[in-house]
Design a protein around this ligand. Sequence first.
Ligand SMILES: C[S@@+](CC[C@H](N)C(=O)[O-])C[C@H]1O[C@@H](n2cnc3c(N)ncnc32)[C@H](O)[C@@H]1O
Length: 263
Amino acid sequence: MPPDTGELALQRRTRAHYEAYPFEFLTPGDEASIERMQPPPFIRFISRYAAPGMSVAELGCGPGRGTMYLGQNCLDVTALDLSRSSLELARSRAPQARYVEASNLALPFPDASFDLVISDGVIHHTPDAYRSFCENVRVLKPGGYYYLGVYNRNRYYYYLYTFLGAPLRQVEQFRLGQAAIYMTVFPVYYAAHLLKSRGKRTLRGARNFFYDYIMTPRASFHGRDEIEGWASRNRLDLVDYDPSLGNVHVFTLRKRLGNPGPL
Ligand SMILES: C[S@@+](CC[C@H](N)C(=O)[O-])C[C@H]1O[C@@H](n2cnc3c(N)ncnc32)[C@H](O)[C@@H]1O
C-alpha cells in the first residue's frame, strides 16, 4: 500500500531535520579510535556474528560512526540513510562502503540480501517503526542476525521527548522560537552534557544530540514485549537482549532458516 500524504510529509520533515542536524558528534580523536565510540552490545554483536567478507546492511547509518567500525572489521558494507548530508559525512569516513540514499520504509534491496542487518537508533524515527522492522527482516538472509537498537518505552526519555519536547517543537516552527530555544533551553542542555561527558562533548556534538533527542520530528517508543511480538510474527528468535544502555534497548534477533516471511 503506498504511504499516505501524512506519512510522506512526516518523512520529509525528518529528512530536512537530519540534513540540518546530522547525528554528528565525533572529534578527530574519536575517529582515530572508533571502537571506543561504539556501544558495548554492538561490539559484542560484531565479535560474535561477523566474519570477514560478510555482507552487512547498516540501515540508517547516520554520519558513519558504525560504518567506520564495520569497515575496520573487513565487512562488505552497504550503508543507507534518508539524509544526504549524513551519507556524505559517512562516505568521507568510510569510503570503502556502498552508500544508498533511501527510506527504511521501502528498502531498495531484494529479499534475503544480507548476512547481517544493523539498525541502531533508526526505526523509531521513521513514520512506522513496525514497517521499517519488517523491511529490515525482509532483506536479511535466513539464518542471519539482526541488531536492533530502539527507544525503550519504559525509560525517562519517553517523558522528556513527549512532555518537554512537544512544546519546544511547536515553538521551533517560528524563526524567533528557534533563536529563543537556542539561547535559553539549549545552554542548559549543553551544561548538563558537559558535566556528563566530563568536558569532552563539543558544542557541535551537544547541539546535534539536543536536536536528535528533543527536536526530532518523530520518535516512537517500544517495550520489550512489543518488540518480541514483532519478532515472533516475523519468525525471528531472540538470541540476546540488553537494556543496559538506558534509553535505547538492544535486541539481537536471528531469522529462522526456511523463513517464508511474516505470519
Ligand atoms: C539517531 S541517528 C542514528 C545514526 C546511526 N545509526 C548511529 O547510531 O550513529 C538516526 C538516523 O536515522 C536516519 N533516518 C530517519 N528516518 C529514516 C528513514 N525513514 N529511512 C532511513 N533513515 C532514516 C536519520 O537520517 C539519522 O541519520
